[in-house]
Design a protein around this ligand. Structure first.
Ligand code: XMP
Length: 256
């Protein structure tokens, strides 16, 4: 994989070569052999995925060296690796966290745009200087996401939407930040079909969707409505037969 290409180009290249838009969320339940388990899943499923996504399930218990090992293994198969920490701090802290994660071999970091446009831009700049990507949370997948991402908020004059004078919905502000800061992807939960539809009417950034299976999102519905990359965790990781399960999902997606 050409490390000089951008994160968007790298994941697109891998997705085409593997003929897969699946991002494997390696989120095991606590166990003593986390590193071996992660390695086993990557070795088993690499042909059917374009990226892995690691969350605190692995990022907290494993060492930096062990995380680098996982990322090196993913790269040896041409896969990308995403750190899902929903980063949400002051710019200086965010920049240091992003550099550390990229040094460990992660290719992109998920950031919460609640930090504001300037802070998001500083995260994007720092990631791009280090050849990494930033994926912004726009609307989460879980029940209750509406309380934050779907909340009606007051905005300044220049951002007001046509229907509701000086208010809009939180996620619309996040989409605007994401576009202005030129992030490399946005996360919209697969359970938010109307939001997916609305954003993809004017698609400018790749959409990553989690929330399938366990959280109730439907793969075909999401694919029809604009999801580009499908983040799937527990239903694969906890399956008795992850290989056949992932093959089935990839086959279902091949129609889109
Ligand atoms: P499951 O097991 O539900 O795993 O297939 C999904 C993975 O994605 C994470 N997740 C999210 N990450 N925005 C994110 O950035 C979201 O809306 C969201 N919903 C789920 C989840 O923590 C797990 O790693």
């Amino acid at each position: 994989m050409n490390k000089l290409a951008s994160f968007c180009q790298r994941i697109d290249t891998c997705s085409k070569s593997k003929n897969s838009k699946i991002v494997l969320a390696i989120d095991p339940l606590p166990r003593t052999d986390l590193l071996d388990f992660a390695r086993m899943l990557i070795n088993l499923l690499e042909e059917y995925i374009c990226a892995i996504k690691l969350n605190f399930h692995l990022i907290l218990p494993l060492s930096a060296l062990q995380l680098s090992e996982i990322n090196d293994l993913a790269h040896s198969y041409g896969l990308q690796s995403i750190a899902d920490i929903k980063l949400n701090d002051i710019p200086n802290t965010n920049e240091i966290v992003i550099e550390c994660l990229l040094k460990m071999g992660f290719d992109a970091v998920i950031v919460n745009p609640f930090i504001g446009k300037e802070a998001l831009l500083s995260a994007v700049n720092r990631a791009h200087q280090n050849n990494g990507g930033i994926i912004a949370l726009v609307y989460m997948s879980h029940i209750g996401a509406k309380e934050g991402f779907g909340r009606r908020v007051v905005i300044s004059d220049k951002n007001k939407d046509k229907i509701n004078n000086n208010t809009t919905l939180m996620y619309k502000v996040f989409v605007e930040y994401a576009r202005a800061c030129k992030v490399d992807g946005i996360v919209v939960g697969a359970t938010q079909v109307d939001v997916l539809k609305e954003i993809s009417r004017n698609k400018q950034i790749s959409i990553y969707s989690p929330g399938f299976g366990t959280q109730g999102g439907d793969i075909q519905e999401a694919a029809k409505n604009g999801t580009d990359y499908f983040i799937i965790g527990r239903s694969i990781v906890s399956s008795n037969d992850p290989l056949n399960f992932i093959k089935e999902i990839r086959d279902r997606l091949s129609f889109f």
